[in-house]
Design a protein around this ligand. Structure first.
Ligand code: UDP
Ligand code: MG
Length: 317
């Protein structure tokens, strides 16, 4: 198998047919030996039956269907466990990422790069808030991590099966795939593209999910928040120490005891706040560990027409 394409699907009934057409047309320009794996993340609409119809018409089409909604990153991870290709493409179903770009990604890959990711030059049809928060987030994450995670890059990319094999062997349960790929290393490069608006339907990433995703990314790749927490503690203690000296001096030297409810309540609230924040930060890391230690399966598949590749040994160059 030359190329596998992984497409996570959550309520994308309006996009499946056009995606299928554009992707098949693109891939058949490269090779005849390809597969397109749709990973249905328990869509509530008609997506699954549309995909199944495609599998009957076209033997290139494979599908995996989850027993419940596990999230996009896990859907992609499942696709990776089942992909057979020498090169594996990850792409969103909503046609924000143009399937035609795969040709360019593939020719770069053929030059010998193990990963070629698609970098967004611009993004259409998204709110200024989404663009702004994405911009801030990518740059903040880049500052916080030691791994070099490229900015303005989504999961749209092509990867060699060597990379895929390493990804399969990474046991963490909260996935941040683009970070993991950077962590793996090898020769990586990018091509730039223009991100289109969603063809049909609406985004599945409301603010709450985006925050969750951001926290997963940060806790996966950085210990900075923990260090910030200890710095915060140090600063508060320093401040308290100065306040003690001030209180002692004004009592013993100037003989006027500091009086008042205001200062007292303010300092209690302040210290309380700092404590809560630091406990919250520690909590995020503990939750992450807890999730890993429970060691539940990453996903549950209700039905599929494809064979797992994960535990087959692949000769790695
Ligand atoms: N997706 C998924 N499970 C989810 C949410 C999203 O499989 O719980 C898929 C979705 O169908 C799409 C991709 O992940 O193919 C990206 O989602 P979306 O376009 O909503 O995100 P955005 O582009 O707005 O960040
Ligand atoms: Mg999208």
């Amino acid at each position: 198998m030359d190329i596998s394409v992984i497409i996570p699907i959550y309520n994308e009934e309006g996009n499946i047919q056009p995606m299928y057409e554009r992707m098949s047309a693109t891939l058949s320009k490269i090779t005849d030996d390809y597969e397109i794996i749709f990973v249905n993340d328990c869509s509530k609409d008609n997506s699954l039956s549309l995909v199944k119809t495609l599998t009957q018409k076209d033997s290139h089409i494979k599908y995996i269907s989850f027993s419940r909604n596990f999230g996009q990153q896990i859907a992609v991870s499942a696709g990776l466990d089942y992909a057979e290709g020498d090169a594996v493409v990850i792409i969103d179903a909503d046609l924000q990422d143009p399937p035609e770009l795969v040709i360019e990604l593939y020719s770069k890959y053929k030059e010998g790069f193990k990963v070629v990711y698609a970098k967004r030059k611009s993004r259409d049809g998204e709110t200024w808030f989404k663009k702004f928060s994405a911009k801030v987030f990518y740059r903040l994450l880049a500052k916080m991590t030691t791994v070099d995670i490229p900015v303005d890059v989504g999961d749209f990319r092509i990867m060699d099966k060597v990379i895929v094999q390493h990804l399969r062997n990474m046991p963490e349960k909260s996935k941040y795939i683009r970070g993991q790929v950077s962590w793996i290393g090898y020769k990586q490069t990018y091509v730039e593209y223009q991100r289109d608006a969603r063809l049909s339907g609406e985004t599945n990433y409301p603010f709450r999910k985006m925050m969750r995703y951001a926290i997963d990314a940060i806790t996966s790749f950085s210990d900075k928040p923990l260090k910030i927490a200890s710095t915060l503690g140090l600063l508060t203690s320093l401040f308290a120490f100065l306040a003690i000296i001030y209180a002692l001096v004004s009592h013993f030297v100037f003989d006027n005891a500091v009086s008042g409810w205001t200062s007292l309540i303010l300092s209690i609230l302040f210290i309380g706040g700092v404590q809560m924040i630091t406990i919250g930060i520690i909590g995020e890391y503990i939750a992450r560990m807890n999730n890993d230690i429970r060691n539940r399966p990453l996903y549950i598949i209700e039905e599929k027409n494809v064979e797992e590749q994960k535990n087959k040994s692949i000769e790695t160059k």
